[in-house]
Design a protein around this ligand. Structure first.
Ligand SMILES: [Zn+2]
Length: 550
């Protein structure tokens, strides 16, 4: 079964377009903060290129590129592995590229790479763009030449390439040649409608390969073949693969980059990610799902919760003898686990590694096993620590006896009332003791969580003025057991920043406010611990800058 894969090209690109094409998914909305968080996870996965969006056309994307120029909200954000790419169109019909404001937005985005989409299907040129085939070629030449002269690397995405090739192969190939001659480093063939099958893709990529320009592939999943089509293109000589994490994208999605890279690494034996990065794929896929708030598919290849799950019984006893009899790879290669029953992602080794990352010594196997059990139990109840590092650290500290008692909460309550049905007031009361002084503080807000936040902040401020710097930047709710209606368990994730670092905490409950309170409480506790607050001292030291990563 091995030995059929082609030889890896000298240069190979893994190009992620989650933040642009993936964000087209129905119901998916990404803020600038979300995009930064996802970019950080993608960078950790080790993709070569991150397409950040379409500056100039989409205000949110413009803001994302602007934010990256200054290192994100805390000034600490840097891409370690990946090169940033900005998406854009070829210049407008009848205009010079140098005069087109959208071309300028790509040029000035701060991204070293521009990925330009060009029409390559003659009917789209004439009917959608309403121009001549010659003008479309001139638009490609002019835009690529201009951006190259301005010092940007340029990739060209040929939109509707495969449909175009079927209708007018000579013109589709002329577009590829034109882009390459103008200076495009890679010409990417796109199955924009997603209607192709692997053998068609392979034939067309091989034909385009005759031109002698480095080719890329961009597939949508409308035939359920996006990953297979991507691999067929690679087999036919493509050296650049585009996709999105977890296959996000409009309609049925894009090629799932997780499956693509896992196949290339594990089936082809090609190192396309930095060493060791693939073993983080499960964690990163799930962490990104927390940010997008799209429930991860348990049946996702490689990283799904069920990808290596086995029902107990006859089968299970054989698995105990030799697990490889029933699985296509060792799940640890992608950071997943074989499961016999309902379980979770946490393995002892993961916990030990994660604990060390956070600066805790978990080399004691018994201790690590005990913490692993706790994490499993918590995850079974709905907690998630993949995206909520701060709550995980608090759990470790609790277990290791390293949790300072900075404040003690005695009670809290929330009260919402409506006056004659038009105005709704929410008031929260929090009773706590900090540095030996009891506080009973009322906070108002535009909702229960906002009111609780104000109350706890005001109650802590006399003892710990640093809380004034804490800002809740994201609040996310997920219903866990869908189908139970209002009885369902809910999970709340809260992201907080002090302007220097950003942290995420998690709360779970059958009551939305209870779950929110738990996440809120942990957000303040974690922030105070990391601002080096002491239960005794009156003045807290400023927190040391912390490496980027949200
Ligand atoms: Zn696309």
């Amino acid at each position: 079964m091995t030995g059929t894969a082609p030889v890896k090209p000298a240069e190979f690109h893994v190009y992620d377009t989650t933040l642009r094409d993936g964000a087209q998914q129905e119901g998916l909305r990404l803020s600038v903060i979300d995009k930064l968080a996802i970019a950080g996870f993608l960078d950790e996965l080790g993709v070569g290129f991150i397409e950040g969006g379409w500056p100039g056309a989409n205000p949110n994307d413009t803001a994302f590129f602007e934010s990256l120029k200054s290192g994100g909200p805390d000034g600490q954000f840097r891409l370690q592995n990946a090169t940033l790419a900005a998406f854009g169109f070829t210049r407008r019909v009848g205009m010079r590229a140098a005069d087109d404001p959208l071309t300028a937005a790509v040029r000035d985005s701060g991204a070293p790479v521009a990925c330009l989409v060009a029409k390559s299907h003659d009917r789209h040129v004439e009917q959608a763009l309403r121009t001549t085939l010659a003008e479309n070629l001139a638009m490609i030449t002019d835009t690529v030449t201009h951006l190259r002269a301005e010092g940007q690397r340029v990739f060209v995405d040929c939109e509707h390439f495969f449909d175009g090739y079927r209708d007018n192969a000579a013109y589709a190939l002329e577009v590829v040649r034109t882009a390459a001659e103008a200076g495009a480093e890679v010409v990417v063939l796109c199955d924009t409608n997603g209607g192709m099958l692997p053998n068609w893709i392979g034939d067309v990529v091989a034909a385009a390969g005759e031109i002698g320009v480095p080719l890329g592939i961009h597939c949508h999943n409308d035939t359920g073949c996006a990953v297979a089509n991507t691999l067929a293109a690679v087999d036919a000589g493509a050296m650049h693969v585009q996709g999105t994490i977890n296959g996000y994208g409009e309609r049925t999605g894009n090629a799932d980059l997780v499956s693509v890279v896992a196949n290339l690494e594990l089936k082809y034996g090609w190192p396309v990610l930095p060493a060791g990065a693939l073993a983080e794929a499960t964690r990163l896929s799930h962490a990104i799902a927390e940010v997008t708030n799209v429930p991860p598919s348990g049946r996702q290849p490689y990283v799904g919760l069920s990808a290596f799950a086995h029902k107990a019984g006859l089968h299970a006893s054989a698995i105990k003898v030799d697990p490889n009899l029933y699985q296509h790879i060792d799940p640890a290669l992608v950071g997943n686990d074989m499961r016999m029953l309902v379980s979770d992602m946490a393995g002892r080794a993961n916990i030990q590694i994660k604990g060390e990352e956070l600066g805790f010594d978990l080399s004691d196997r018994d201790l690590a096993a005990k913490i692993t059990d706790q994490v499993k139990e918590a995850e079974a109840a709905g907690y998630t620590y993949e995206a909520a590092d701060a709550s995980f650290e608090l759990l470790l500290r609790r277990e290791l006896g390293q949790l300072p008692e900075l404040f003690a909460v005695h009670s809290w309550r929330v009260f919402t009332q409506s006056h004659h049905g038009d105005e709704i007031d929410t008031e929260a009361t929090v009773k706590l003791t900090a540095k030996g002084v009891g506080q009973r503080v009322v906070g108002e807000g535009n909702g229960p969580v906002n009111a609780l936040d104000h109350a706890v902040r005001n109650a802590l401020a006399p003892a710990y003025p640093v809380v004034d710097r804490f800002e809740l930047i994201d609040y996310r709710v997920r219903i866990l057991d869908q189908g139970h209606g209002t009885d369902a368990t809910v999970r709340v994730l809260i992201q907080t920043t002090d302007g220097r670092r950003t942290w995420t905490t998690v709360g779970v409950g059958q009551n939305l406010i209870e779950a929110s309170w738990e996440a809120l409480f942990e957000a303040y506790l974690f922030g105070l611990i990391h601002s080096q607050a002491s239960p005794e001292a009156d003045v807290e030291e400023p927190a040391a800058p912390v490496p980027a990563g949200v």
